[in-house]
Write a protein that binds this ligand. Structure first.
Ligand SMILES: Nc1ncnc2c1ncn2[C@@H]1O[C@H](COP(=O)(O)OP(=O)(O)OP(=O)(O)O)[C@@H](O)[C@H]1O
Length: 265
């Protein structure tokens, strides 16, 4: 059976796009993530915050099985997308990652043209019937990533020739070209200037009309600006999770309060 049919029939269950239950991650003997359970809301932006090394990226990578690519990593517990177990052995991780896309901290365009960077995913997943359709997908993704104006006259130039901020927007265009349902962003603005950061934040806001976005950020201002839900991690534990406004103004755990007030981190 084609694995992604498992997902195609499904829709978010009670507003929950991803449900993680009892997730643990070990790297060899090191216990990096401890019994994390969380519901990621549909059509919301969820921010993961917490001090360096607390497990934010580790957990983010669980959500599209990127930890499969790290030989030392062992993931236990369950994670369901639209009620379907993403660790089911019938699920092809490559197909899963088209649905649950990812943008990394450091822009990592392929050593290909701007056009081919964006066209790559739609091509391998057969999303375009012909060149005209592919052109349309590429243009739409570049427009949504706020890169079209700068890129439209140099689509055949190498993606690596763009500035850092442009490269990151190219990577976002690449990730959204396959129309993912969830977009995971691991500190996507850390290499960007304030203008490019504002553009990416605007895009995140727009994306949440249709998708779930999960963003790891060290900037509490950014978490407060872009997210509706915030999860605070500390030493591999999910300490607190809730409405962003409540987490920042009235956290219930003293560790959260210490972090947001700058006393730990
Ligand atoms: N590939 C890996 N191999 C071994 N240990 C790892 C690996 N990736 C992360 N770790 C360890 O797991 C723990 C959590 O790391 P992780 O990168 O998830 O934290 P983080 O909260 O995202 O940190 P940062 O904010 O600095 O990016 C750390 O102790 C880290 O050293």
């Amino acid at each position: 059976m084609n694995d992604m049919r498992l997902f195609e029939r499904a829709a978010a269950v009670d507003g929950v796009k991803i449900r993680a239950q009892g997730v643990n991650v070990h790297y060899g003997a090191a216990h990096a993530l401890k019994d994390v359970s969380v519901d990621i809301g549909d059509r919301l932006v969820t921010a993961f915050i917490g001090p360096s090394g607390c497990g934010k990226s580790t957990f983010l990578r669980c959500l599209n099985r990127m930890n499969d690519t790290i030989p030392a990593a062992r993931v236990t517990g369950t994670i369901a997308l639209d009620g379907q177990d993403i660790y089911d052995r019938r699920v092809d991780p490559v197909q899963l990652r088209a649905k649950v896309g990812m943008v990394f901290q450091k822009p990592n365009p392929f050593p290909k043209s701007i056009y081919d960077n964006v066209a790559y995913g739609p091509k391998i997943h057969g999303l375009a019937k012909n060149r005209a359709e592919l052109d349309e997908i590429v243009e739409k993704a570049l427009r949504r990533a706020a890169l079209w104006t700068e890129a439209k006259d140099r689509l055949q130039s190498p993606g690596t020739g763009l500035s850092g901020g442009q490269q990151q927007r190219l990577c976002i265009a690449r990730a959204i070209a396959t129309e993912p349902e969830v977009l995971l962003m691991d500190e996507p603005c850390s290499a960007l200037d304030p203008i490019a950061t504002a553009q990416v934040e605007e895009l995140i806001d727009e994306l949440k009309q249709n998708y779930s976005v999960v963003i790891v950020t060290h900037s509490m201002q950014q978490a407060a600006r872009v997210s509706q839900r915030t999860a605070f991690f500390h030493l591999g534990n999910l300490v607190e999770y809730g409405e962003t406004g409540q987490i920042f103004t009235n956290p219930s755990d003293p560790r959260t309060e210490s972090y947001i007030s700058g006393r730990i981190g």
